[in-house]
Design a protein. Structure first.
Length: 416
């Protein structure tokens, strides 16, 4: 079996199987559910090498996990407690098999994935731990991969995930979507998925400046929110629209050598027009509510970019106005940085540099390579190549991966 196929399958099926098994075993037996999934996948690797990949590999994995779950409940139901809401049906052989079968039904798995997502975003956990749990439990990423994406050591990430799982295991059951704390928990879920997508789109991973698989998983989980009536709010549609509109640009984010392409140099013929159209439709659906969230404004900015024929034909006045609105809703140094870049496009490099210098709380941007890089671009545009080269050198020293470093070093050579 090809390695890329096994990895893709694990990404796609891992979270679904863990959710189904957790419904049977209970969240306090999360480690057992993960072990069963791992066993099913190892079994697939052994069998498929000999027999070939089945027509429906996902169904094959599900059948193996289902049989294993039945065996475990039969063998251990006197020595181990399972999901409290299923205790009675798991005790009887007459009701055991139907209960396990129901746990693996498509609609049940979707609901359990939602409950797991909400459980991972427990307010007792810091935001970075919430995202790590989502990646690990629902997306099948290992601690090493997540550590690389978030620039921490593998040991530190393993501790973060272990602490998070202990918090989950201490709960009597997965989060109930009818709980009174649903609204704030939904906000935390959306925030975690937003951070997950951004980490894939322009994150700090040492593996590369673009991690398409993270963006894909963020979109997949956001679509789960859209498919459920309780979570399909205007703000959720706005988040999905933002993801689709930005994902449309992913094919042009890197050049053929794997180096970063800034927006001004994108080959827009490589943008995915299907994703653009879907993103615009989702943005329309997000307009049904009375509240304009940060996701609405960011999606609107992405829509202006996605519908412009070129960088010169972009409506920079509208984009600056939207960033002004975003600064009132969710101010941050990163938003201010992007606003300053837009001002530089609309009003020229002098105005852009003034806006960059005027950003408050610059200390939070000291280690962010794209603040000095933005200064370098604007200085280059007004002909100060020496100053531009110095800014690019500062940015290169802060680069978080080889793709960023190569991009900035090329800018330094261009100034020379």
């Amino acid at each position: 079996m090809k390695p890329e196929l096994s990895e893709h399958l694990f990404r796609r099926e891992s979270g679904r199987l863990v959710a189904a098994l957790t419904r049977i075993f209970g969240v306090h037996n999360l480690a057992l559910a993960e072990d069963v999934v791992q066993d099913a996948f190892c079994r697939a690797l052994e069998v498929w090498k000999v027999r070939g990949i089945p027509d429906n590999p996902g169904a094959w994995l599900m059948a193996v996990a289902k049989h294993r779950a039945l065996d475990i409940v039969r063998r251990e139901r006197t020595a181990r407690t399972f999901a409290p809401e299923l205790t009675r049906v798991l005790e009887s052989e007459w009701t055991l098999a139907p209960a396990v079968e129901e746990a693996f039904a498509g609609s049940t798995i979707r609901d359990e994935q939602l409950r797991m997502m909400f459980s991972c975003c427990d307010p007792r956990l810091p935001e970075e731990a919430q995202v790590a749990l989502v990646l690990n439990i629902l997306c099948g990423f290992g601690a090493g991969e997540i550590a690389s994406a978030f620039l921490v050591s593998r040991a530190a990430m393993e501790k973060r995930i272990t602490r998070g799982k202990k918090t989950l295991a201490a709960s009597a059951r997965l989060f109930d979507l009818a709980d009174a704390e649903f609204a704030p928990r939904l906000s935390a879920v959306r925030r975690a998925l937003y951070l997950l997508f951004n980490e894939g789109y322009h994150g700090a991973s040492a593996q590369g400046a673009v991690r398409t698989e993270l963006c894909t998983e963020a979109i997949r989980l956001t679509l789960l929110l859209i498919e459920a009536s309780q979570t399909a709010s205007p703000e959720t549609f706005a988040l999905a629209a933002l993801m689709y509109l930005n994902a449309a640009k992913l094919p042009a984010r890197l050049d053929t050598a794997g180096d970063l392409n800034p927006l001004v140099e994108h080959d827009r013929a490589r943008w995915d027009t299907r994703l653009v159209q879907q993103g615009l439709e989702l943005l329309d659906r997000s307009a049904s509510g009375d509240v304009i969230s940060a996701f609405h404004v960011e999606a609107a900015i992405a829509a202006v970019h996605a519908t412009a024929q070129s960088i010169d034909e972009t409506d920079w006045n509208t984009i600056v106005g939207l960033y002004d609105r975003l600064m009132t809703i969710a101010p941050s140094p990163i938003v201010a940085l992007n606003r300053a870049i837009a001002i530089g496009q609309r009003d020229g490099p002098d105005a852009g540099i003034d806006a960059l210098r005027a950003i408050g709380d610059l200390e939070r941007l000291r280690s962010y390579p794209f603040y000095p890089a933005a200064l370098g671009e604007l200085e280059r545009r007004r002909g100060n190549l020496g100053a531009a080269s110095g800014h690019f050198a500062t940015a290169a020293a802060l680069a978080r991966n080889d793709a960023e470093r190569r991009f900035l070093e090329k800018r330094i050579r261009d100034c020379a």
